[in-house]
Design a protein around this ligand. Structure first.
Ligand SMILES: Nc1ncnc2c1ncn2[C@@H]1O[C@H](COP(=O)(O)OP(=O)(O)OP(=O)(O)O)[C@@H](O)[C@H]1O
Ligand SMILES: [Mg+2]
Length: 252
């Protein structure tokens, strides 16, 4: 489903991603493991169009994502939960979720006020919102509250919910468990497995490699901008190099 071919990301003179290639097949959870500064976020940002590629190609099915701005990658089916959540703290929980569906309402291209109002009343929007509230009942309880006043775990749920509002074919998550208590990490990973079982394809960057490999089908290891090891989750868990470098303590 997602094919990343020889991607380079260069900031000024330093290359953060060097000739990275990876594949995520439909219905898989694939995890990307690597130390701080390895280039994981840069690669995720390049796939989703947040930062430009220097070279290489990215495909989502038969759609070429290379060089597309992020709103186009959302329209073509990518949902992104970025590092650090990036929710809009001064807006309400519901407005954050609504923004997640914005590309859908922009699809109508009918001008500003009319189609937005129309879309918000549509059954498509309402059923997506209901779906997110079913996954995360706390977000419905807090729907009018400012997003910035949510707890860290609730903000992470909101970031995932917002990404799901565009009804993506594929979800990319960058360290969703960062700063969360162990039981919440487990909840989030369990949720990802459930979403995968319901048909979503997932690319997950996760600091807790042990926990990520437990739910993943396959994984890639990134070191200094390059993909250096790849394999099934089982192979990676049994790989001495991976065990030594990444499989220390796990909370989940
Ligand atoms: N906008 C930027 N401008 C310049 N350099 C950057 C920028 N973003 C990242 N870098 C550099 O690129 C390299 C890769 O960073 P990146 O954030 O992609 O790593 P990461 O694997 O996500 O790390 P972490 O696990 O800490 O999140 C680092 O050396 C970083 O300092
Ligand atoms: Mg990062």
């Amino acid at each position: 489903m997602l094919k990343v071919e020889s991607v380079f990301v260069i900031y000024g003179r330093s290359s953060a991603v060097r000739e990275a290639s990876l594949v995520v097949n439909e219905g898989e959870i694939v995890t990307l493991i690597g130390a701080n500064g390895a280039g994981k976020t840069s690669l995720m940002n390049a796939i989703t169009g947040v930062v430009p590629l220097h070279s290489g190609n990215i495909w989502l099915g038969s759609s070429r994502l290379t060089g597309l701005p992020s709103y186009e990658t959302v329209r073509l089916g990518l949902g992104y939960v970025p590092e650090g959540r990036q929710i809009f703290g001064s807006m309400s929980v519901k407005d954050n979720l609504t923004l997640g569906a914005y590309t859908e309402c922009a699809k109508t291209r009918l001008g500003a006020v009319g189609p937005v109002g129309w879309f918000l009343r549509s059954s498509v929007f309402q059923s997506r919102l209901k779906n997110v509230y079913q996954l995360f009942p706390i977000l419905e309880e807090r729907s009018r509250q400012k997003a910035g006043s949510l707890s860290g775990g609730e903000q992470q749920m909101l970031a995932i919910g917002r990404a799901l509002m565009s009804s993506p074919k594929m979800l990319l998550l960058d360290e969703p468990s960062l700063g969360l208590a162990p039981n919440l990490v487990r909840d989030i990973l369990r949720l990802l497995r459930r979403l995968r079982d319901e048909g979503l394809t997932i690319l997950l960057v996760e600091q807790d490699a042990n926990a990520a490999l437990k739910i993943a089908d396959r994984g890639y290891v990134m070191e200094r901008g390059r993909i250096t090891i790849e394999g099934t989750a089982k192979e990676l868990m049994g790989n001495d190099q991976v065990r030594q470098a990444y499989l220390g303590k796990s909370v989940a």
